[in-house]
Design a protein around this ligand. Structure first.
Ligand SMILES: *Cc1c(COP(=O)(O)O)cnc(C)c1O
Length: 316
């Protein structure tokens, strides 16, 4: 089967490399046709489902997972329904419809939306596509590491929402004989469901998500994500929303690429030169990307957190 995702660029972030005196690598998942890494895992899951006879894909997500499922469904030529909570912005609904998927607005929070999606999947031929919690998704996300297996890196930095990306990265490291390479798993304050699970010793449900990085806002991580922290050297790192947005602003200026705060969280580890990075010299940052960002949103977050960005106004 030819994959639905593309092989993404691997770039060196020269500005960060110079300021940190390290070699900083970027895996540019923002370049995927879905705008995020999600097409790797969700694309593979959809492809396998259709190969087994699925005629209708159903995905509950008002974000990058739903968008990736819509891209996959269109490429595979099957009916695709994306259920989104009422909080999903009209521009996102339009973007999903524009690719040919049906959008159903249902529920005020994802958990309600998900219940409706599960109910729809009773019919024959209809397959439920979760945002992160499935072995096919981890398997597909692992291809990200397959593509860099020959690179000389000594740590992977990635964001964590429900943990599908983390699970794929750990799987990718293990299947490429890179099991000794540690992972820094980054969340924002108010969306730190992996850190809560590690501290509790079991998967727990956060009472609420209070971070602006809503893409990281899974109230509980997949059991697989917690299991990864027991089978692999995974360190949990939590950054503030302000640090995540600051990283987005600097990244936009320096690499001319817009990414969501969900991705800024991983970048913040390097931009803030956090102590967890000290012992590494060749970090690989997963630029997970995301479609939930534009110049207007970035400007609003910049003002909300009172950030200057890198480029100060030049007065004559
Ligand atoms: C989905 C997503 C994440 C989090 O991935 P999980 O698999 O839920 O942990 C982070 N960043 C972006 C841009 C995403 O789309």
């Amino acid at each position: 089967m030819h994959p639905l995702h593309i092989q993404t660029p691997l770039l060196e972030h020269r500005t960060l490399s110079a300021s940190l005196n390290k070699q900083v690598w970027l895996k540019m998942e923002s370049s995927q046709p879905s705008g995020s890494f999600k097409l790797r895992g969700i694309g593979l899951m959809c492809q396998r489902a259709v190969a087994r006879g699925a005629t209708h894909l159903v995905c509950p997500s008002g974000g990058n997972a739903g968008f990736a499922a819509a891209v996959a469904g269109a490429a595979l030529g099957v009916a695709t329904t994306i259920l989104v909570p009422s909080t999903t912005h009209e521009t996102v609904r339009q973007a999903i419809r524009a690719i040919g998927a049906k959008v159903i607005v249902q529920g005020d929070v994802w958990d309600e939306t998900n219940q409706v999606a599960l109910a729809l999947c009773g019919q024959a031929g209809t397959v439920y596509i979760p945002p992160f919690d499935h072995p096919d998704i981890w398997d597909g996300n692992a291809t990200l590491i397959d593509e860099v297996a020959k690179l000389d890196f000594d740590v992977v930095i990635c964001s964590v929402g429900g943990g599908g990306l983390l699970s794929g990265i750990v799987q990718g490291l293990q299947r490429n004989h890179l099991a000794h390479i540690p992972v820094l798993a980054v969340e924002t304050e108010g969306a730190a469901s992996l850190q809560a699970a590690i501290q509790a010793g079991e998967v727990v449900t956060l009472p609420a998500i209070t971070s602006i990085a809503t893409t990281l806002g899974a109230r509980r991580v997949a059991q697989q994500a917690l299991d990864c922290t027991r089978q692999h050297a995974v360190s949990s790192v939590v950054v503030s929303d302000a640090q995540a947005v600051d990283a987005c602003l600097r990244f936009a200026d320096e690499m001319r690429t817009l990414v969501e705060p969900a991705c800024g969280a991983a970048l913040a580890v390097a931009y803030q030169n956090l102590p967890q990075l000290a012992k590494f010299t060749r970090p690989l940052i997963v630029i997970c990307g995301g479609i939930g960002v534009d110049l207007v949103k970035l400007e609003a977050w910049k003002n909300q957190f009172n950030l200057a960005g890198t480029k100060q106004a030049i007065s004559a």
